[in-house]
Write a protein of this length. Sequence first.
Length: 278
Amino acid sequence: MSMSAAYTKLHGTGNIILVIDQRAGDAPVPSPRRIRELGDEATGPGFDQLMWVTASDDPGYAAAYRVFNADGSEAQQCGNGVRCVASVLAATRGHPRGFFLSSPAGPVEAHVLDDGLVAVSMGTPVFDPADIPFIAPERRGRYELDVDGVAYDVAVVSMGNPHCVLQVDDVETAPVAELGPKIECHERFPEKSNAGFVCIRGRNLIDLRVFERGVGETAACGTGACAAVVTGQNLGLLDAEVDVRLPGGKVMVSWHGGSEPAWLTGNAETLSEGFIDL
């Protein structure tokens, strides 16, 4: 017997997010096949990521969440998605504007700001190859990644999920559609990878397009924005606070190095609400 659940469809910088709040519910997580159907606008509300929100066993957290891509696969983190979750929770009557969430990638601190923007802590960047995971003999700032006999100069990092970042002269002409899926499934990324194509415009401004693991190119990727900034900072190319221009709009990323978390600030806007059969 199918169960019905309420949803809120939002976008974070153009990244389409479906939030299903099951803090007071007991519906089972949909099967990968059903998630694919729900993610396709022809058979469901459509989304890039589904955020499945439940109550947390720890009273220190407002809620817990899991992340599912439109292809049915599960991800560890989604920066735009967690901003949307925070926005939905803050809209709940009597809910504070600042709280902690439990994610597969670890604790996330969220603040809904007076201007409606949402700031979330995305955790400490992980650069050790084995922990990304990325196959490499040692940790370096840059690596050569061979794709179809061409060596690309890349940086790699985990922001709760693996990212490969390439610098390009212009994001408009970057080979995202051709190169993105080959990087996503490259043999040196055992759990696949997101692929970011970044053009550095100045020490506080970058342009970015991201081919997301399990989704394809999206209008925005929050963890991808963090990955592009922290790898650029590691190479001495960017300052501590950087505006990131994506096809869907702009976010701001700040990171002060070391064990400090990276912070992502951007919008979370409701598109529609409704009910779906799971």
